[in-house]
Design a protein around this ligand. Structure first.
Ligand code: NAD
Length: 358
């Protein structure tokens, strides 16, 4: 198969970890007889330096001419976020790209590798049943994309953010959730706040309607506050968690803590045509950028998600996942997941070890 991939490495650790992901893709291409063409483009602060904007037209055009987007991360150091290069960088680049390509669905897996169970912050008896869940989040609706307003009313500064969903937006993400569950352990938990919000009441109605088309999936509803607790008390109960934009943002970050490091967490965002953006869940990690110590696994697993969700290359994707698992079982660790007695490696050595196991 021949595929063109837009490579948007971005800022901070983005370019460092991207380098490792690209060489893993090169190795997969050789092994399986594919041809991957990488088209690099600027995004975030790196784009601002050249174009004075975070998501320039040239980058949009390159993305449009490719089969998928492999994204690194964007954003400046947390103490410099008011400088013009970094102000609103993440919002302009990420919300911009989501909107441009209508990425309505976000998929974030959280899985605990047996060899890393010591770095999971939960107690042994909670994690021994195994944790392997997928958060499916609606990405371009709800409060983040509703009306935002701040003005003075009767002498008081007053702010308003509007949450709105229509049935089509809910239906399409519900199908994504049930279809994801079909490929996994066939269980779905739909999250809402139906005891308070009308958006959530509609959410429940539509999920119930869509569920009729997937009788083989065991599903239930759960309130978001309960879900936040259950993710800590008993995360093994979850397979697919289906939810709207804001709840999904928060719950997927909560779930991201379970494996022990953001450096392990990939994600995928897809539009209706199956075109996707694949990126680590973490940010540009400016605190460790340029030191050669960032964990490339999140970026490498994002490339694996691109193969699976973007190109339907299941075996190729599993080859990468298995190589990552084997590398961890063999004791190789970057600083973020290091434990005594293990072999501490930097970004490129971790890439070497994973590549050797493909
Ligand atoms: P962050 O996710 O960049 O980092 C949080 C912590 O996790 C840091 O201690 C970092 O060192 C660590 N970490 C993250 N990825 C790692 C990896 N691969 N290997 C080892 N450690 C890793 O969040 P932050 O520090 O709050 O934000 C830094 C910048 O990133 C900000 O400008 C923010 O706006 C931006 N950001 C971007 C994205 C994105 O591009 N998708 C997401 C979140 C934050």
């Amino acid at each position: 198969m021949e595929k063109k991939i837009a490579v948007l490495a971005g800022d901070g650790i983005g370019p460092e970890v991207m380098k490792e992901a690209l060489r893993i893709l090169d190795k997969i291409a050789i092994k399986f007889g594919h041809k991957f063409q990488f088209k690099s483009a600027l995004i975030g602060g790196a784009a601002y330096d050249k174009y004075g904007e975070h998501f320039p037209q040239e980058t949009k055009d390159i993305c449009k001419n490719c089969d998928a987007i492999l994204f690194g991360s964007v954003g400046g150091p947390v103490d410099k976020l008011t400088e013009s290069k970094w102000a609103n960088c993440e919002r302009n680049a990420l919300l911009g790209i989501r909107k441009e390509f209508n990425f309505h669905a976000n998929f974030r897996p959280a899985r605990i590798y047996k060899s890393l169970s010591n770095i999971c912050p939960l107690k042994k008896e909670i994690i021994e049943k195994g944790i392997d869940l997928l958060v499916v989040r609606e990405l371009i609706g709800g409060i983040y994309f509703g009306l935002h307003e701040m003005k003075e009313i009767e002498g008081k500064r007053t702010a308003k953010d509007v949450m709105e969903y229509n049935e089509d937006q809910i239906r399409i993400i519900a199908h994504d959730g049930f279809q994801a569950a079909q490929k996994r352990r066939k269980k779905l938990t739909s999250i809402d706040k139906a005891n308070v919000l009308d958006c959530s009441k509609l959410w429940r109605q539509i999920v119930d309607e869509v569920a009729k088309e997937y009788p083989e999936i065991e599903y239930c509803h759960m309130l978001v506050d309960n879900c936040a607790m259950q993710l800590i008390k008993d995360p093994s109960q979850f397979d697919v968690i289906l939810t709207e934009n804001t709840f999904g943002d928060i719950l997927s970050d909560e779930a991201a803590v379970l494996p022990g490091s953001l450096g392990l967490m990939p994600s995928a965002s897809l539009n209706k045509d199956g075109f996707g953006l694949f990126e680590p869940s973490g940010g540009s990690a400016q605190d460790i950028a340029g030191k050669g110590i960032a964990n490339p696994i999140a970026q490498i697993l994002s490339a694996a998600m691109m193969l699976k969700y973007g190109f339907g290359m299941i075996q190729e994707s599993e080859d990468i996942e298995n190589a990552v698992q084997k590398t961890l079982e063999d004791g190789f660790r970057t600083g973020d997941i290091y434990e005594e007695g293990m072999k501490k490696v930097g970004t490129s050595e971790m890439g070497d070890e994973i590549e050797k196991r493909i």
